[in-house]
Design a protein around this ligand. Structure first.
Ligand code: FMN
Length: 145
């Protein structure tokens, strides 16, 4: 039997505005651990909001998501989609990352998708469709290459 490949897309609100050092520390752990679980994906952070896609074997993705739900660096996790996939959208990224300046043209889609009006506002009720979220994650992944 082949292992089921899924992706999981969620967004969350940062507990406090993340410093560059804090983001780098978070990424260092993600990039060290994800290959061991055969996980790939992309993380965006801007305006106090995280948007992340995790892809890999269902058991790995679900295990990490349980950890994420308990991580005090963010709260109000909102699961946008958990679906089987045929292939990975981010095969080359143990965890891609982009800091989104929500006032820049490139950040407009991100800010618009979450109706972010002011920096650091965070999310009460996310209003974003999974397809749009994935497209935004893909756009930022492309801009990094
Ligand atoms: C927004 C956000 C994204 C994260 N992404 C990952 C990730 O992709 N992979 C990972 O291993 N940990 C990630 N973490 C960190 C985990 O929540 C957890 O702290 C880390 O996996 C270490 O767990 P452990 O001490 O049980 O090994 C993320 C944390 C946050 C707040």
């Amino acid at each position: 039997m082949t292992t089921e490949l899924i992706h999981l897309i969620y967004c969350s609100t940062a507990t406090h505005e993340m410093s560059e050092a804090e983001l780098l520390a978070l990424l260092a752990v993600a990039r060290a651990q994800n290959p061991l679980l055969r996980l790939t994906g992309m993380l965006l952070y801007g305006g106090g909001v995280f948007l992340q896609v995790l892809e890999g074997p269902a058991a790995s993705v679900d295990m990490l998501y349980k950890k994420l739900e308990r991580d005090p660096r963010h709260h109000s996790l909102f699961l946008l989609e958990r679906e089987p996939i045929r292939e990975r959208s981010f095969p080359d990224w143990s965890m891609g990352f982009h800091y989104v300046d929500t006032n820049s043209p490139a950040g407009a889609d991100f800010a618009g998708a979450f109706s972010l009006r002011q920096p650091g506002q965070g999310l009460d009720k996310p209003d974003i469709r999974p397809g749009i979220a994935l497209e935004i994650l893909r756009q930022f992944a492309r801009s990094q290459r």
